[in-house]
Design a protein around this ligand. Structure first.
Ligand code: ADP
Ligand code: ZN
Length: 530
């Protein structure tokens, strides 16, 4: 107020206190804000909930003119603008959901300098009229939110983002700040290059989310496992359950409701009004479980999401990190829980084989999946491994993930691997048949099922050589071989196939390390070892 009376531009701290009502900056916020307020460029990597919005909102308020925010989150623009209006910040947006009158009013306000912030959908920037409009007002800065969308390597690529590189050429004097919550070293470099942020200061916050406990459980009866988790650890809590398909979203939401949970579905196939209503209920009411595809969640700011459960394997570590990051924004203990099994690997490999795009694209998808599988199968601290993926180190083990709390034992799985791979080798001549994992396990365990007798697989030398392991253990061996690239699945038939690397195992040139799956939930604790 004193500053206003003297007609001096307010400082970032004034704005933080007077407009947003917070006492102090968090992490790198102050330095980022000062960099941009002074007219410099910035590239900001900060985990979800870290407070990225203020990093461009405050400089926009401090600088002369309007801060132009490019964001793919069209569905949230109205909410963002309303929330800012409640604080007395003058904001507007331009996207395809508006009618011409609404659009004209926002354009007029922008031209007359009545806006502090203008949110733009990325596709607007490709329209020449938008560039002309921007020239008719004063641009305080450009903020590029969800900047990882520019990366073709990343999991969330949006072609419209590629045009954002032109901003620097067209408006060279305007500072730019790019922000994202997900970036490996590789994506990070790609953002800087593609957006022409060569002079930008980089701000990389720690990606650790210490209040989130990471757990990966072997998939057994996933719905029952989920219900156990919710009943024993999260009764009455709000959370998100991610499923891969729309059908399983609907089914899971329905089944949870039958079990007495307040569960709602969300996926891109639902009518927009239903989606909006379910999202609003989740945000406003307590204890709602949102069952959703990954279409749900980007930009959702609900502080007290206590758990994020994945019933299917995410396609990449970036996706997993972003989705689990929606838990515990308030800093209180929260759970990231994933049920993962053999069928997930088979299904995802199949989806990659069938995906559109060239070989390079499929290789990228495979590399993403492999990293996710490695995280699932690790015997080390999951948090440490997760952070290492993002190029950050964690000092020692965290003590708060499943592998820290209940360290899985590693074992030498070379002999079982050889048995399983040689069974697959024997079947390899009959590629056109559906000899999936179940059939191979039946052979190893020496079960004379009708299918086995029909194909005379009881005469194979490997028939019955695997009686020492249970069905579950064999499936775990198969899953780990798939995860390690020592086994493949034929996309058309689901038949198991050898890979080039399998030969090294069969030829005894390579050992195979495996992990013992932890006991199913609710089972007895493993006795402490002395
Ligand atoms: P992100 O976009 O990084 O996920 P947000 O910008 O939505 O995070 O911020 C997350 C939450 O933290 C919001 O509720 C925001 O108001 C709050 N927040 C951000 N910065 C501060 C701060 N300096 N002090 C207190 N709360 C803050
Ligand atoms: Zn750990």
């Amino acid at each position: 107020p004193a500053a206003a009376a003297l007609d001096v531009a307010p400082t970032p701290l004034d704005v933080l206190r007077d407009v947003f009502g917070y006492d102090s900056f968090r992490g790198d916020q102050q330095e980022i804000i000062e960099t941009v307020a002074r007219g410099g460029d910035a590239l900001v990597l900060m985990p979800t909930g870290g407070g990225k919005s203020l990093c461009y909102q405050i400089p926009a308020l401090v600088r002369h003119g309007t801060g132009v925010v490019v964001s793919p989150l069209i569905a949230l623009m109205q909410d963002q603008v309303d929330a800012l209006a409640a604080l007395g910040v003058r904001a507007g947006f331009l996207n395809s959901t508006q009618n011409p009158d609404e659009r004209r009013e926002v354009e007029r306000a922008y031209r007359s300098g009545e806006l502090d912030l203008l949110y733009l959908a990325p596709e607007r920037l490709g329209v020449p009229a938008t560039a002309r409009l921007l020239d008719e007002g004063t641009i305080a800065l450009f903020a590029i939110d969800e900047a990882h969308c520019v990366s073709q390597w990343g999991h969330d690529f949006r072609p419209d983002y590629l045009r954002l590189g032109e901003l620097a050429e067209r408006w060279p004097g305007v500072p730019r700040i790019a922000l994202t919550a997900t970036a490996t070293r590789h994506t990070h470099d790609e953002i800087a290059t593609r957006l022409g942020l060569t002079e930008a200061r980089h701000f990389v916050a720690s990606f650790d989310r210490p209040n989130i406990t990471y757990r990966v459980v072997p998939k057994d009866n996933p719905f029952r496992q989920l219900v156990d988790l919710l009943r024993t650890e999260h009764p009455g809590d709000a959370g998100i359950v991610y499923c891969l398909s729309r059908a399983s979203v609907e089914k899971t939401a329905q089944q949870l409701s039958e079990q007495g949970f307040r569960a709602l579905p969300y996926h891109a196939g639902l009518p927009p009004a239903v989606r909006a209503a379910n999202q609003a209920t989740f945000l406003r009411e307590e204890g709602v479980v949102m069952v959703a595809t990954i279409a749900f969640g980007m930009g959702i700011d609900k502080p007290d999401v206590r758990f994020v459960a994945h019933l299917d394997l995410p396609k990449s570590v970036e996706g997993y990190y972003q989705e689990t990051g929606r838990a515990g924004r308030d800093g209180l203990p929260s759970t990231a829980w994933l049920a993962y099994g053999l069928a997930d690997v088979v299904q995802q490999r199949k989806m990659i084989a069938e995906s559109d795009g060239d070989l390079a694209h499929r290789r990228r998808l495979s590399a993403h999946l492999d990293a996710m599988l490695a995280l699932c199968e690790t015997v080390e601290c999951r948090r440490a491994q997760l952070l290492r993926y993002f190029g950050q180190e964690h000092q020692g083990a965290c003590g708060a993930c499943d592998t820290c709390q209940n360290p899985p034992q590693a074992w030498d799985g070379t002999v079982p691997a050889q048995k399983l791979l040689s069974a697959v080798y024997r079947l390899d001549r009959e590629r056109n048949q559906r000899f999936g994992v179940g059939h191979v396990v039946d052979i190893l365990r020496g079960r004379a099922t009708p299918k086995i007798t029909q194909w005379r697989h009881d005469e194979l030398t490997v028939f019955g050589v695997g009686e020492d392991l249970s069905d579950g253990e064999w499936r775990s061996v198969a899953r780990q071989l798939l995860a390690q690239g020592l086994l493949e699945v034929d996309a058309n038939h689901g038949t198991l196939l050898l890979t080039e690397a399998s030969g090294d195992v069969l030829g005894r040139r390579r050992e195979v390390r495996m992990r013992h799956d932890p006991r199913p939930q609710g089972g007895a604790r493993r006795p402490a070892r002395s």
